[in-house]
Design a protein around this ligand. Structure first.
Ligand code: AHM
Ligand code: MG
Length: 314
């Protein structure tokens, strides 16, 4: 059975990305164990703090962030991490001259934790722009999706899956508890261009901007697609990749730039969707073309099969 080592033989950067993706895999195993035992350790519930975006942090958000940062440190190849849970870029001082930066949402969909629903981790890896002799800066993170070297997500569901790409298609690996390895279970994932589901928080439809309600109605009339929505981007994206259709989070009157974050939600997922043969759009431009302006910037997202995304954004 092939393991995560498969990545080493892929593309120009596979071998270089390998230790960092192995680090993501170790973090995933630790976070999965943390999630499974959380109720017994009093680790569920709010931490009593807010992140930079004014959202209540769950204790598990903070613990997952710590685990992820430590595993990135332990690779020896990462100079800094930009995280949803940290206002500023986290420098890894011991390896400040390393080439790579990682952007992460350590525990995405954490509102699902109270109901034992699926959650995930989303990440991307980029090369620093500052010289290796300098301190990495937030400006190093402001790179478009065209410059991403690798990206992926971990889905903590009935099994723990790591789905990733180093620019040579998308592979899915499932953690096998009996071998303690991520084993290749979904090679060369491609999104079906027919069928599937539309996936959106439709309770916001009356507040959507840019006539997206009408566009979605058109898609429903034309395709008869059914609807599924977990409310955890990783779970909704994973189903969309496997079954087809699209996942969307449009701009609305409350979230005028959309809700999802560009650097550690939209870009990594957009990168994977394009690698899997689908489309990733903001309604204005392709997700991968957006030039980021700040670490925690938000953006509307439309991810999925090409025609479905087209119907929503044209
Ligand atoms: P989070 O990173 O704080 O968990 O927020 C992101 C999540 C996504 O996983 C999901 O797609 C979206 O928020 C759901 O939002 P809503 O509850 O508004 O439908
Ligand atoms: Mg998130």
């Amino acid at each position: 059975m092939e393991t995560l080592n498969r990545i080493a033989s892929q593309g120009e950067h596979g071998a270089t990305m390998m230790p960092i993706i192995q680090g993501v895999g170790r973090a995933a195993v630790e976070i999965a164990a943390l999630l499974r035992g959380a109720v017994f350790r009093g680790a569920l519930g709010a931490a009593g703090s807010e992140n930079v975006q004014g959202e209540t942090q769950q204790k598990l958000d903070i613990l997952s962030d710590e685990i992820f940062l430590e595993e990135m440190r332990s690779t020896g190849f990462v100079c800094a991490v930009g995280s949803e849970e940290q206002e500023d870029l986290c420098l890894i001082k011991e390896y400040s001259s390393a080439d790579w930066l990682v952007l992460v949402d350590p525990l995405d969909g954490s509102s699902n934790l109270d109901v034992d629903g699926p959650v995930g981790t989303i990440f991307s890896i980029i090369k620093r722009k500052t010289a290796n002799s300098e301190t990495p800066l937030e400006s190093d993170t402001l790179q478009s999706g065209r410059e991403v070297i690798a990206a992926g997500y971990v889905l903590y569901g009935p099994s723990t899956m790591l789905v990733c790409s180093v620019g040579e298609g998308v592979d899915g690996f499932t953690f096998n508890p009996s071998t303690a390895r991520f084993e290749l279970s979904h090679p060369a994932m491609t999104i079906p261009q027919q069928g599937g589901y539309y996936s959106v928080n439709e309770s916001n439809a009356d507040k959507w901007l840019d006539n997206k309600g009408e566009a979605l109605q058109k898609l429903k009339d034309e395709t008869g697609l059914g609807m599924r929505y977990v409310g955890a981007m990783v779970a909704d994206m994973h189903r969309t990749l496997l079954k087809g259709g699209l996942f969307l989070y449009p701009a609305d009157e409350v979230n005028t730039n959309g809700k999802l974050r560009l650097l550690y939600e939209a870009i990594p997922m957009g990168y994977l969707m394009v690698q899997a043969g689908g489309s990733a759009h903001t309604g204005i431009e392709e997700v991968l073309d957006v030039q980021p302006k700040s670490l925690h910037q938000r953006v509307p997202v439309y991810l999925g099969a090409n025609k479905a995304v087209d119907t929503l954004v044209r």
